[in-house]
Design a protein around this ligand. Structure first.
Ligand code: HEC
Length: 110
């Protein structure tokens, strides 16, 4: 009984991995970025569209607001997040984490 069950699980894992390599990569990155945002950024920034797109304070822009700015691109986010800012803690995010969180922010653009 339990052997059959675990066999099915392995099948599901293989399907999940294949999906990841084919079409899911971008969505996957944005989902990981959302996790990073929830963990590291949500203390200051409003990080999703579920709350009204008004920053928690006047100086800290919400992620949807950042996404709406014309000047925001994957590159501008990478540069911003890759350099130290006095007003923002330095999380030493890896290049992959920066890309994922940038992907997530840009996914909020409507
Ligand atoms: C301690 C509070 C704090 C935390 C935590 C924080 N930020 Fe910020 N963030 C700020 C403030 C304040 C500003 C606006 C001042 C500035 O531009 O330097 C800002 C600005 C930004 C901007 C630039 C918006 C623009 O005007 O171009 C981005 C992008 C950003 N934050 C992303 C992040 C990400 C991603 C994280 C999590 C990894 C994060 N922030 C965590 C306080 C914070």
């Amino acid at each position: 009984m339990s052997r059959i069950r675990s066999g099915r699980h392995i099948g599901l894992i293989i399907v999940a991995l294949l999906g990841n390599f084919c079409t899911g990569a971008l969505a996957q990155d944005a989902a990981n970025g959302e996790r990073i945002a929830k963990t590291w950024c949500s203390g200051c920034h409003v990080i999703d569209g579920k709350v009204p797109p008004v920053g928690r304070t006047d100086v800290i822009p919400s992620f949807p607001a950042i996404a709406r700015m014309k000047s925001t691109t994957v590159t501008s986010l990478r540069v911003f997040l890759g350099t130290p800012h006095t007003s923002m803690p330095d999380y030493n995010l890896t290049q992959k984490e920066i890309r994922d969180v940038s992907e997530y922010i840009l996914s909020l653009r409507d």
